[in-house]
Design a protein around this ligand. Sequence first.
Ligand SMILES: [Zn+2]
Length: 169
Amino acid sequence: MRLTKFETVQLISICQILLILIVRISDYFIEYFVQCNICKILSDNICHSTIAGTIYLITNALEKIFLSQGESLFSRNRIIVFNPNDLVQILSSMTIGSLLDLDHIIYAQSFSYYSITHLSTRPFGHSITFCIIASIISLIVSWKYPIRAGVLTFSAIFSHQLRDSGAQK
Ligand SMILES: [Zn+2]
């Protein structure tokens, strides 16, 4: 997909508005309108996943604006190219942001809703230490785009932790 720089800035703006709406509305919606427990878990996971994907999309678009070669940075008509790799990266970010909550099950050693949502402390995956270590590991094991992999992992995990810290649980 080829967008002009101006269209890319519009895309980033739309994503930022979407992000704010997701963050502000999702917790309220889940708390007051979603009744069954499994639906609450799925809705919460979809929100984490969407937030992680949106944040990485914004990061990716900003990187393309500032680092790509070609016309002047300030040129409105500068062409920004999004390729299938970007989609894979966004989906990876969504997956990491979503799977992080598996540590609740590991920590609780149970699949019961009450056990996994009423832990005495935050599970290991929800710590800054885990976020940093996981980002460094992905940076080391990624042979093709190490910095991008590190940023992707960090933004996916950190966005999940930020949302959790603001949620009333
Ligand atoms: Zn979580």
